[in-house]
Write a protein that binds this ligand. Structure first.
Ligand code: NAD
Length: 437
């Protein structure tokens, strides 16, 4: 089997630190915090030998990063993707640190990944790879140390295999070692939809602030995977017109609005979004066009939802973006340069650390349920998610409005950094030891 080499065209981690330092200037925090947050606490690399179905052995690069544990154990997903590399894992772990601090979770930031195209593996090869990952990381993770979860191209079944491997090695039940598990293996109701639901709630909070009617707003979603599907579905149910969705192979557009549920069901059956409108029954009910991802990003819609990968909106294509609101469901979908240009153009960006935090919030709920041995109802999960996000959104909104000319991202970072700095100050920083303050 041929493994695609990871293209290292941009150093995502360098960019993430550069952005952290720039945004940190709006926050009155200690130099010690900024120095500490400019590097990961610990990083583990492992080469995973996996027996393939033809009897040969392939070696896969695997990473796990503890970025910060100032607020609690590290928390962050595991990505299976051909482009996974150390720099990407560290950047994603840094963003998890900011996210957990912003929404008030007792977690630090972490992340993990394997450089692999999981679609090229058989189901049994995928299971062997998932178990090999946990075997390599078994001393690095744990319910009080570092708690992984799903991310791009990993899912609840993979989380279930990893929980099982951890328990086989340690000889005890530890459901809280990983979140995003199947319900029957200790998962939480509402976890699968949580990232999309959280982003939907943030969009609703913004809509209420701006006094717009859902029926007047059109939406395009780039990246129709787990998170992208759930936000599209919920927006449509609330009355928004979802006119375009795409995946890595291309997209579909319908001026009158797509049947989101129908597109999703067809995609599950065919695994190919383009096939939906070319061959599926939805073809007969809705006029549509096939579009490229570049065309989707430039559509004259009100709301653009990048829900796929990093740096999707960058210096090369930012001028083409027409949407007034951008909801960052993906992590880091807008490059720093593009972000500044969008800000100057008066666009409103709900930043990733807020917009996609629903996933880690419900992962936290899952961990709490696992530790107390008391599962919650779906209503309870949804109510608590909404309460947490509403508080976080309001705080970000108020901070932005109190300080002139800062973005929602800048406000979000400022709140998160202040929270993290509080922990350092409680332990004593230079100011305390030198001046007694
Ligand atoms: P997923 O694997 O379920 O879906 C990703 C989708 O993006 C797929 O449909 C894929 O075809 C599409 N895609 C990939 N490359 C693309 C490209 N170049 N152009 C267009 N589409 C492309 O992954 P997911 O869990 O939905 O995650 C999506 C994003 O949301 C990632 O950035 C992830 O880090 C972020 N996120 C996910 C969660 C979660 O709980 N799953 C939580 C927070 C953030």
């Amino acid at each position: 089997m041929k493994k695609k080499a990871a293209p290292v065209t941009v150093d995502l981690f360098e960019q993430a630190v550069e952005r952290l330092v720039a945004l940190g200037k709006d926050a009155d925090v200690s130099d010690q915090l900024m120095a500490g947050l400019s590097r990961p606490k610990a990083m583990l690399y492992a080469s995973l030998p996996v027996r393939l179905d033809d009897g040969s052995t392939e070696y896969f690069d695997a990473f796990r990063c503890h970025y910060s544990q100032l607020l609690g154990p590290s928390k962050g997903g595991i990505r299976f993707h051909p482009d996974v590399n150390r720099s990407e894992v560290q950047a994603l772990a840094l963003w998890m640190t900011i996210k957990c601090a912003l929404v008030g979770l007792p977690f630090g930031g972490g992340k993990g990944g394997v450089t692999v195209d999981p679609k090229a593996l058989s189901r049994m090869e995928l299971e062997r790879l998932s178990r090999a990952y946990m075997r390599a990381m078994v001393d690095f993770v744990g319910p009080d140390k570092d708690i992984p979860a799903p991310d791009v191209q990993t899912n609840e079944r993979i989380m279930g295999w990893m929980r099982d491997e951890y328990e086989v090695i340690n000889g005890e039940q530890q459901p809280g070692v990983i979140t995003g598990k199947p319900i029957t293996l200790g998962g939480s109701l509402g976890r699968t939809e949580a990232t999309g639901r959280g982003a939907f709630l943030c969009t609703e909070f913004l809509r209420n602030k701006e006094g717009k009617a859902a029926e007047d707003l059109t939406v395009a979603v780039q990246g129709f995977g787990n998170a992208g599907y759930h936000i599209a579905r919920l927006l449509q149910e609330a009355g928004y017109r979802v006119v375009a969705v795409s995946d890595s192979k291309g997209g579909v557009f319908a001026e009158a609005g797509l049947d989101v549920e129908g597109v999703w069901e067809e995609k599950q059956a065919t695994r190919l979004l383009k096939a939906v409108y070319c061959d599926g029954s939805v073809c007969e009910t809705t006029d549509h066009d096939n579009i490229t991802n570049a065309e989707l990003l430039a559509l004259p819609v009100d709301i653009l939802v990048p829900a796929a990968m990093e740096n999707t909106i960058n210096a090369d294509n930012v001028k083409a973006v027409k949407a007034d609101w951008i909801v960052e469901v993906a992590n880091g979908p807008i490059s720093m340069e593009a972000d500044l240009l969008l800000c100057e153009a008066g666009k409103v960006v709900i930043p990733d650390v807020l917009a996609n935090s629903g996933g880690v919030i419900v992962s936290y709920f899952e961990w709490v349920q696992n530790r107390s041995g008391y599962p919650w109802s779906l209503d309870e999960v949804r109510e608590k998610l909404e309460a947490k996000l509403s508080t976080a959104f309001e705080e970000v909104w108020q901070t932005q409005h109190q300080r002139e000319q800062i973005s929602l991202r800048s406000a979000a970072y400022s709140i998160a950094l202040t929270h993290l700095d509080g922990v350092l100050r409680a332990k004593g920083t230079k100011e305390f030891f030198r001046n007694g303050t």
